[in-house]
Design a binder for this molecule. Sequence first.
Ligand SMILES: C[S@@+](CC[C@H](N)C(=O)[O-])C[C@H]1O[C@@H](n2cnc3c(N)ncnc32)[C@H](O)[C@@H]1O
Length: 281
Amino acid sequence: MLSYRHSYHAGNFADVLKHIVQIAIIEYLKKKDKPFTVHDTHSGAGNYLIDSEHMQKTGEFHDGIEKLLDHRTEIGVIDQYVKLVKQLNPVGKLREYPGSPRIAASLLREQDRLQCTELHSTDYELLSKLFAGNKQVRVEKMDAWQGIKAMLPPQHRRGMVLIDPSYELERDYRDMLPALKMAMERWATATYAIWYPVMDRNRTESFIRQFIKAEIPNMLRVELCVRPDASGRGMTGSGMLVINPPYTLAQHMAQAMPLLEKHLCETGGHTLVKRLTEEQA
Ligand SMILES: C[S@@+](CC[C@H](N)C(=O)[O-])C[C@H]1O[C@@H](n2cnc3c(N)ncnc32)[C@H](O)[C@@H]1O
């Protein structure tokens, strides 16, 4: 039984980092005319209404997207993200926040495809409805790891996989590395972007270390911690582990981080952009 609903958290500081990285990867893929596929393993509902009971209850978007909306930062990856959210809110007021599938779909060209898996019945229904009749998008009510087996490799050689579990179950941590290896065996040329929470620093470091020890090549780690590390006080930050990143991503995120820190972090918050090598294990 899945209890996590992304509708309580949409647009929070973790979504800001995740969606900036997602957009940066897709924009890089668009530099060539050749088609690509985006595969989203934990898709969520795809779109979130700011006035909904869930979003209003937690108000997490106030400390995320809302803090960036009125700023033009002159940092490409941030401005692209803010522009996309604004385009989906043409009236000027923030009424909707797009989930990762809607973000991807809004960036696709005619030749590109999106495929999504989502297990929660309600969110699956919402996602299916969002893309009903859209021939570029395939939505399956399927376990994420089952979807990797069933749907990868896709028809295109180029593309990205976003892996964004809620980590409400221990197995979300435990199964990640085997699932990544399985996906990479099927689709070696893709870029993989794995989201992870920072709730307990030791836990986070051992999660990251296993990928280094497993000698997963070409990894970039990007982390935005809005509060100082403190275990037992909920999520203080989150990160993206990107495998086969676009060669421009490290530089673009290094430029973005001081701005994200300025607008989103409390005193003691911190950021990281780091290429991972085996010696760091
Ligand atoms: C963090 S949310 C996804 C948010 C979305 N990627 C976004 O950025 O808008 C995680 C989603 O994974 C779904 N989920 C949890 N376990 C799953 C599984 N084993 N397979 C597929 N989806 C799962 C949850 O129902 C939830 O909607």
